[in-house]
Design a protein. Structure first.
Lengths: 165, 165
DNA sequence: TTGCTCCTCACGTCACGTGAGGTGGC
DNA sequence: TTGCTCCTCACGTCACGTGAGGTGGC
């Protein structure tokens, strides 16, 4: 009966449990369903710090790193950038409350996202209008200086498209 | 009476009209309300080609370049990337119709924008929910391993935030 | 001479993606 | 030995932004 059980993949449980509960980079990566080089990137920018390196140079992370990683995903899900998340970590390290700046950031970012949303809705509408109009138009080979009559006859603004900055 | 007219800024009319109607980089830039280095960038990636250089190395553009520039803005306004616009120019130079690929691109891009729109709406909604919830919550100084209780108690997913790729 | 315009590097932004080239672990 | 995992550079993505350091034009 034991034989019929699928083999438990060794890497899905914390390896080296005896050696003080440390995680390998791939275990951390799998916890948030990302490739390992994303974790390496976070280390490089100082967002995540391995508890130590093995004799072979391999990164070993503790439970706190896993918690930080979950925090990163949660904060990104609320629109925070990695830089902003780094600031929050900084506050926490200094035992100062990050809450005031967290509130400021999300206020600013919410307004900004609302603006992006407007732009994207407008873009989508322009695209849909163009698609509809183009259905009644033939393809054409460019002659004498024109480039693509589909686009050149579109009602999209030729200046200040709204996608700005 | 002539005296009372505001001075016509020299740079707003094609300078060197005698020298075959060429435009300076800044005249081109002003036509689309962009800083000159954007035009320089377009030249560098080969999207815009000056008709010639002056003896001093200054770029001189013809009316065709102005037309290309307007085309770029129009196409960007429909969600085309600079790479895609370069392809369209390539078709036009070879006197092949760019229309089929233009239709393909906008089909693909419209679906993609619709997806982005969904993600952005979801993000905005998460942010607004968080803002509402946080109004009833006090600021707190992190203790014993926690980082920011506002974010850590949010209902945002800690994995697969929806902002992906 | 002053203030503006022009030029070419060259590095920065944001959050990774994608190899190259080599080593460690089971 | 094989296949996987790990490592460090280092360059690419996208559409510019931002200087540095110097020159030309009126």
């Amino acid at each position: 009966m034991m034989k019929m059980l699928p083999a438990i993949p060794r890497n899905r449980t914390p390896a080296n449990v005896g050696s003080s509960e440390l995680y390998s980079i791939i275990q951390l990566a799998r916890a948030v369903d990302e490739p390992a080089h994303v974790i390496r990137y976070y280390c490089r920018i100082g967002l995540l710090v391995p508890q130590r390196r093995g004799a072979n140079g391999y990164r070993r992370f503790d439970a706190q790193a896993l918690r930080h990683l979950h925090f990163i995903r949660r904060a990104q899900g609320l629109g925070f950038s990695l830089n902003e998340i780094a600031e929050i970590f900084q506050h926490a390290r200094n035992e100062r409350s990050p809450c005031p700046s967290v509130r400021e950031i999300i206020d600013r970012r919410t307004a900004q996202i609302a603006g992006q949303l407007e732009n994207l809705v407008a873009l989508h509408e322009r695209m849909r209008r163009a698609l509809r109009r183009w259905r009644r138009m033939p393809d054409r080979t460019p002659t004498g200086g024109d480039i693509c009559h589909l686009i050149e006859t579109s009602d999209a603004p030729s200046v200040q498209s709204g996608r700005k900055r």
